[in-house]
Design a protein around this ligand. Structure first.
Ligand code: URA
Length: 210
């Protein structure tokens, strides 16, 4: 992946995202749409996975057939909203290894505070895809990537649903080597650090909390 930012404009992604943004969309509907959209975004973020071939026999003849190469990739959910994106991707890539980074946002300073970190072994040999639906200020995304690099990851991608220009700029400055894949780039952040027009609090909407 050479681009720092990939905006996935596929009609199915855009349509599903619009349904997710609508404030009357139910918790169950939001969760289902997130699962569906995560698989379409996963298709994009894994586009350049290394491939090799394997000798197989079809009912007709032998052939050298393409298969994924290298160690299993790692999905890292940035808690808690990342879990909604991760569930769908795991259906598509069931052998992926899974890590969790727990960060909450201090509502006054908007700075991330770490409360959990657990990732698989040998991060340095694997593609690592960090997932969080909302790239807002970029503070927690940058902090999560800092932690993953400290744990040895060298090949990291960041997958989100919505990105604010402020978050994209912050990530580009701190981690220019980490490509971002997103379904939309919204207008800006409001004073509380929420993306506008956005979709509200992604965690609250997928878990039915407030
Ligand atoms: N986190 C969210 O869930 N929503 C936003 O708009 C920004 C951060």
């Amino acid at each position: 992946m050479t681009e720092h930012l990939t905006h996935v404009k596929h009609p199915l992604v855009q349509h599903k995202l619009t349904l997710m943004r609508r404030k009357e969309t139910s918790t169950a509907g939001f969760r289902q749409l997130l699962r569906e959209i995560s698989q379409l975004l996963a298709y994009e973020v894994t586009r350049n996975l290394p491939m090799t071939t394997e000798r197989i026999e079809t009912p007709m003849q032998m052939m050298d057939a393409p298969v994924l190469d290298g160690k299993k990739l790692v999905l890292v959910s940035i808690l808690r909203a990342g879990n909604g994106l991760m569930d769908g991707i795991l259906e598509l890539i069931p052998s992926a290894r899974v890590g969790f980074v727990g960060l909450y946002r201090d509502e006054e300073t908007l700075q991330p505070v770490q409360y959990y970190f657990k990732v698989p072994q040998s991060l340095e040999d694997r593609m690592v895809i960090a997932v969080d639906p909302m790239l807002a200020t970029g503070n927690s995304s940058v902090a999560a990537i800092d932690l993953l690099k400290k744990a040895g990851a060298t090949n990291i991608r960041f997958l989100c649903l919505l990105a604010a220009p402020e978050g994209i700029a912050r990530m580009k400055e701190a981690h220019p080597d980490v490509p971002i894949v997103t379904a939309a780039v919204d207008d800006c952040l409001n004073e509380q650090g929420y993306i506008v027009p956005g979709l509200g609090d992604a965690g609250d909407r997928m878990f039915g909390t407030k």
